[in-house]
Structures are given as C-alpha cells and as structure tokens.
Design a protein around this ligand. Structure first.
Ligand SMILES: Nc1ncnc2c1ncn2[C@@H]1O[C@H](COP(=O)(O)OP(=O)(O)O)[C@@H](O)[C@H]1O
Ligand SMILES: [Mg+2]
Length: 341
C-alpha cells in the first residue's frame, strides 16, 4: 500500500543514472456489459498461476466499434490497475513507444516515458490500441517485452527497462482493410487471440442503456432492432454506430415539440441512420439485402506501403541521375550518396 502511494505521487524515476519522466494514466468511465466469456479469457491470459508463470500478451480482435478498447480497459480496472492507452498509428516510431527526448525549459534534454514504459515501471496495464495500424519496424522494439525477457531498450536514453511483475499488456486490433499485417514473430508473441463478436439483443439493449442512460426505451429498441438485423446480414455496423444513431436522433428530435409524433419519429430515425452510416443501411432497415460491396482485403495497407516504397525508390534513382548531370558537391556525403533533406 505504501509502495503504491509512493508510485502515484512519483512523476519521474532514475534508471542507470538517467532521469525518466512518467506519463499519466487514463481515467475513464468504462464498464463492460455482457459477454462475460471474453472478459474471463482476458483476465485468465493475464493471470499467473505459479511463481514460475508469466502473464500472456493477448490480442483483442473485432470490427471497429465492437467494444475492444472498452473490454481491455474494463479488464485492467477489474485487476485494480492504472491503465495507459497508447494509440498506435501508421506514424508511430519505435522511440514513441518507449522514451522520447524533449527539450526542457532550461534547454536541457528530458526523457519522457511513453504510457507503455510508464505501465512497465509502475506495474500498470498498457493497452496498445489499434496495434495493427503500426508498421512492422515499430513492432521490432517490442519483441523482448512480449516474451519472457519482459524488457525494452531505449537507444536514445541508453537504458534498458525491465517490466514490473504486475505489468500487463494487451493489443487491440481492428479487422478491416486499413491495417497492416503484423509480422509472424510478433504475432506468435501476441497470444491468445480474443474475439469480440456482435452482442446478443439483450446485451445490446443493456450496452445502449448504459452508454445513453437518458435515451427513451422506445429509441433504444428501435436502434437495437436495426443493429440486430444488420448483424444477421454480417453488415459491419457496430455498437458504436448504434450509440451514435441514437444520440443524433435524440438531438434532432429534441428540437421538436414533445412527445414526438409517430411519423416524425420514423423520419428522424431514418435521417440519423443515413447520416451516421450510409444509404445501404436504409436497405437493411427496410428488410432488403444491401448491394454487395467491394472491400479491400485485410493487410491491404502493407501492399500499398510496398508500392509506395517502390515508387520512392524509383524517384530516388531518377533524381540521383538528374543530380549527377550538374552535381553539386555539397549535396553529397563522403560516400557520394545524396544527403537526405
Ligand atoms: N460490451 C460493452 N459494454 C459497454 N460498452 C460497450 C460494449 N461494447 C461496445 N460498447 C460501447 O461501444 C462504443 C465503442 O466501443 P470501443 O471499445 O471504442 O470499440 P472498439 O475499440 O472495438 O473500436 C463505446 O461507446 C463503448 O462504450
Ligand atoms: Mg478501440
């Protein structure tokens, strides 16, 4: 208990003589409703059953808006941990994940630990959110953390940081075309795979009521009817879409005299569905099967990146040729290679 108090007031630690400033945990109102099985799987993966046992590093998979981040956050809070959510993007660099140097007010360099490293130091939980938005090279720095070595190395600060025994990590991943395939050696460390699927009608009603407690039951029922029809057709409309439809519909109808006449109710509901989703969603609402859509396969982003690299290489080659014509000595380094500008 005393140790925990000490950690909470601490905003920096010294590792191998280097002072490292810590990040703040994320505090949110987020409970997990229904689907106890996935919560149990995540808690089991994080548990240790023997002194020689280690926690696992699960990945949570599902469609965007299906509740992955909510599940991870709720599991970490249920384990009484501070939670650090690290949002992964296509621009995340290896050092962003670990320690970043920042210029201090006296022109000195201060080393700032990411949420991930702060969780490692303080024994918190880190959610690497939307991990497969991150390109392959950023994953490499995490390989030793995700196996029994449980450490990361910061090249910039020149330190190695070992994870506290209470540290836990999980990665959420969307299953759509906007993401990268993760490399196999990382995939084999991010186990088990926990799939968040569409909730049952009963759970979906409870989730909507929890997220929009002021929504009349009639609106919640209307939205859940629509969502359940969509799930039945495997249309990628999620709980988040349902929450947004209900909220927008409530805002639109709040501008009218109450109670809302029946015909207006339906008009605003259809308007909210088309504005939040698309015209195809109306087909589902009307009980029609939507037109089949072309979707890019998962991992498509990798292919785009490879093509971009290829085009960049071609551009580099041709601009090198151009430069050779009127070569400017100052633009080349000692090996005769073109300097990066
Ligand atoms: N089982 C659930 N319990 C509580 N809220 C949920 C649940 N599933 C989805 N939600 C709600 O749906 C929305 C999207 O959830 P989120 O976790 O952000 O999805 P994802 O990370 O999969 O994109 C949030 O408003 C969240 O509160
Ligand atoms: Mg998320």
């Amino acid at each position: 208990m005393r140790l925990r108090f000490y950690l909470l007031i601490m905003d920096s630690i010294t590792v191998d003589g280097v002072q490292i400033f810590l990040s703040k945990p994320t505090e949110l109102e987020m409970d997990w409703i229904g689907q106890d099985d996935v919560l149990e799987q995540l808690l089991a993966a994080w548990a240790t059953i023997d002194e020689a046992d280690l926690p696992m590093c699960p990945r949570i998979l599902g469609q965007p808006g299906s509740g992955k981040t909510t599940l991870a956050y709720a599991a970490a809070k249920k384990s009484n941990k501070d939670v650090y959510i690290f949002q992964c993007t296509a621009d995340t660099r290896p050092e962003d994940l670990i320690i970043t140097p920042v210029m201090g007010s006296k022109q000195e360099i201060r080393y700032h630990a990411s949420g991930l490293v702060t969780a490692m130091i303080t024994g918190g939980a880190c959610i690497l959110d939307e991990g497969n938005r991150m390109p392959e090279k950023s994953w490499a720095s995490l390989a030793p953390l995700l196996d029994k070595r449980r450490y990361v190395e910061s090249i910039l600060a020149g330190v190695q940081i070992k994870a506290h025994p209470d540290f836990r990590i999980c990665v959420t991943m969307n299953q759509d075309a906007s993401v990268f395939d993760i490399p196999d050696y990382i995939g084999s460390r991010l186990q088990p795979k926990i799939h968040v699927s569409y909730p049952s009608r009963e759970n979906e009603i409870a989730i909507l009521q929890y997220n929009i407690p002021f929504a009349p039951k009639e609106i919640v029922d209307y939205v859940v009817d629509f969502l359940q029809k969509a799930h039945g057709q495997d249309a990628a409309y999620s709980v988040r879409d349902g929450v947004n439809i209900a909220r927008f519909m409530l805002k639109l109808s709040a501008r009218e005299d109450q109670p809302l006449p029946k015909d207006k109710f339906s008009t605003y509901f259809r308007m909210a569905v088309t504005k939040i989703l698309d015209d195809d969603a109306i087909d589902i609402l009307d009980g029609k099967r939507p037109r089949p859509k072309f979707t890019f396969p998962q991992g498509f982003a990798n292919q785009v990146l490879k093509i971009n690299d290829f085009i960049d290489d071609l551009d580099d080659d041709s601009s090198d040729d151009d430069e050779d014509d009127d070569s400017i000595a100052g633009d080349k380094d000692r090996d005769g290679k073109k300097k990066k500008k």
